[in-house]
Write a protein that binds this ligand. Structure first.
Ligand SMILES: NC(=O)c1ccc[n+]([C@@H]2O[C@H](COP(=O)([O-])OP(=O)(O)OC[C@H]3O[C@@H](n4cnc5c(N)ncnc54)[C@H](OP(=O)(O)O)[C@@H]3O)[C@@H](O)[C@H]2O)c1
Length: 177
């Protein structure tokens, strides 16, 4: 897939994955990680967020203080607080308009597996949570080519009563060609 961007506002994927690239199980996230939700909020607040219809249904509501854009092929899909897009290109064009209007310099792609796969070639940044465990699941993040990305360590999450696993927080930036 290829398409022309209307602006050069960067696209960032925001994802938490296990050592074996699992991101989902049974329509939900296979872990509880309170500190990861805080990191997610910090990195997405005020920005347009693009998600697949299944991820939206798993969250169950529009996330506050962000422009929520949901990608679906269902022409009759509608939900309070959500802008509906008919494909990823449409979603990014809508997100660009929101970003320009709000004067924000990033569009966040928040999943799930189908949407990450389609958006990865266009992403210049990844807010990455690496959960330090091998976990069973049915939705996966694509394998990243380590040579293409520069990693900046941003912290760790320690396993405790609010976080199921240890995890590492990083920002990956796509290296220049
Ligand atoms: N760990 C994480 O960071 C993270 C983040 C987000 C989600 N998740 C998990 O990931 C799982 C969901 O991922 P998923 O891959 O199953 O679903 P998804 O990517 O969230 O949504 C898939 C849906 O998006 C729509 N869609 C996808 N591509 C489209 C296109 N090109 N044009 C129009 N519509 C398109 C379709 O909706 P319609 O069927 O309505 O047409 C499709 O069924 C859940 O388990 C969730 O908890 C994990």
């Amino acid at each position: 897939m290829d398409f022309d961007r209307q602006t050069n506002i960067p696209l960032a994927l925001v994802v938490a994955m296990s050592n074996n690239n699992v991101i989902g199980r049974g329509g939900d996230m296979p872990w509880h990680m309170s500190d990861d939700l805080k990191w997610f909020k910090k990195n997405t607040i005020g920005k347009p967020i693009v998600m697949g219809r299944k991820t939206f249904q798993s969250i169950g509501r529009a996330l506050p203080d962000r422009d929520n854009i949901v990608v679906t092929r269902q022409s009759d899909f509608c939900h309070q607080g959500v802008t509906v897009a008919s494909d990823l290109e449409d979603a990014i064009a809508i997100a660009e308009a929101f970003a320009l209007h709000r004067k924000v310099q990033e569009i966040c792609i928040i999943g799930g597996g189908e949407i990450y796969k389609q958006a990865l070639p266009f992403a210049s940044r990844i807010y990455l949570t690496e959960i330090d465990a091998t976990i069973e699941g049915d939705v996966f993040f694509p394998t990243l080519n380590g040579n293409e990305w520069q990693r900046e360590a941003k912290g760790i999450i320690s396993k405790n009563n609010k976080n199921d696993y240890n995890a590492r927080l990083s920002i990956l930036t796509r290296k220049a060609d």
